[in-house]
Design a protein around this ligand. Structure first.
Ligand code: KG4
Ligand code: ZN
Length: 354
């Protein structure tokens, strides 16, 4: 069964064709990062206008790359939430329109649920698992026993992990988006240089909090400023301040990142032990973080846990994860009504409404 998936929840316009929920025949992603970079964040009005301009071409390219025509497609799926309402509308209405015109079933997909199952697309035997979903808008720890069967164990009470990376990067005047920049600079820094808070690490809940850490970095920068350790390259030019100190921009990045990773890894591994799962997974844009991947790999190996990490193109926003999950929804008899509307604030576990 071939499914055409469409994703426009934020700033990526994407279309994909996936066979039987596992075989990616095409996955075209048009990123708007360059468009939003001058503003230091996603501008909703620009995002939706750009989705509208690109969506037809992205879908056509994805069908061509998969050597399919609409005739060969068995169903159409699109993200209906969560995300920016004006962006979601473009992909959802395009997907519904194509399905209706071609007389195919339509499946509305929850973006976070698609992130959750993206690492097990080719390994359904890995379930049950504990999964950490870390993106620009969400930080959620989940216990999943089967596809579509999951319970939220905890989530952030304030900023998402990706949001913390992006905001802290902004404080240091790094390029947007800040997560990959901090990751890159942190490789040359000392993660033990500054003892930033590990908020809620010892809290018995599985919730997270990152706004205190962001404030701690702000106060540190105000008090000490930074100097760049590496004399050449971009990093020194980006330094936020020049006050005399031996702590470098790279050290601040590494110490901040270590604080985030300590909490994410600590809670994920504790949940894996409590729920007695043999598999752990991580998904979403922040799961690309090299230190997070390294620490998860080390800790899982030590505990003989199977670690499932999606390849990079499936960690950031993409339509392949939408089409893959739609296969399982259809198999479970969960096609959506053509009248389904966008649900910008829908949470994980609220997808029954579609
Ligand atoms: O899942 P995603 O592509 O979009 C949604 O938010 O749905 O995640 C984007 C987030 C951004 O906050 C970005 O800074 C962060 O993922 N990110 C990273 C890395 N790559 C992307 N954060 C830390 N380290 C990275 N290597
Ligand atoms: Zn996402």
């Amino acid at each position: 069964m071939k499914i055409l998936g469409v994703e426009t929840s934020c700033d990526e316009t994407s279309a994909a064709v996936v066979a039987d929920g596992a075989q990616i025949l095409s996955n075209v992603v048009s990123s708007q990062i360059d468009l939003h970079r001058p503003y230091g964040g996603v501008v909703p009005e620009l995002a939706s206008r750009n989705h509208l301009q690109l969506i037809d071409d992205v879908i056509r390219r994805s069908l061509d790359a998969s050597r399919s025509t609409l005739h060969d497609i068995d169903a159409v799926a699109a993200t209906y939430g969560p995300g920016l309402a004006s962006s979601l509308l473009i992909g959802l209405n395009t997907g519904k329109g194509i399905a209706l015109a071609a007389g195919k079933p339509f499946v509305a997909i929850n973006h976070m649920e698609a992130h959750l199952y993206s690492p097990v697309m080719n390994a359904p035997d890995a379930l049950p698992m504990v999964s950490l979903i870390v993106s620009g808008g969400h930080t959620i720890l989940v216990h999943a026993t089967g596809i579509g069967q999951h319970t939220i164990l905890g989530q952030t009470v304030d900023d998402a992990a990706g949001e913390a990376f992006d905001k802290v990067a902004k404080l240091m005047k790094l390029a947007y988006p800040g997560g990959p920049e901090i990751d890159r600079l942190a490789r040359k820094g000392n993660p033990a240089a500054i003892e930033f808070p590990r908020s809620m690490l010892d809290d018995p809940s599985y919730n997270f909090s990152f706004s205190g850490l962001k404030t701690a970095v702000l106060y540190y920068l105000r008090k000490h400023g930074v100097v760049a350790a590496v004399p050449s390259g971009q990093s020194s030019g980006n330094a936020a301040g020049t006050a005399a100190t031996t702590t470098t921009l790279e050290d601040i990045c590494a110490s901040f990142q270590e604080a985030v990773v300590d909490v994410l890894v600590g809670k994920t591994l504790r949940a894996a032990a409590e729920y007695r799962v043999r598999s752990v997974s991580a998904a979403g844009g922040v799961s690309l973080n090299s230190r997070l991947r390294q620490r998860l790999a080390e800790e899982c190996e030590r505990r003989h846990l199977r670690l499932l990490l999606a390849p990079a193109e499936l960690c950031t926003d993409n339509a392949a994860m939408i089409a893959a999950l739609a296969f399982h929804k259809l198999k479970a008899g969960r096609a959506s009504d053509y009248a389904v509307d966008v649900a910008p604030s829908i949470g994980l576990g609220m997808e029954a409404a579609a």
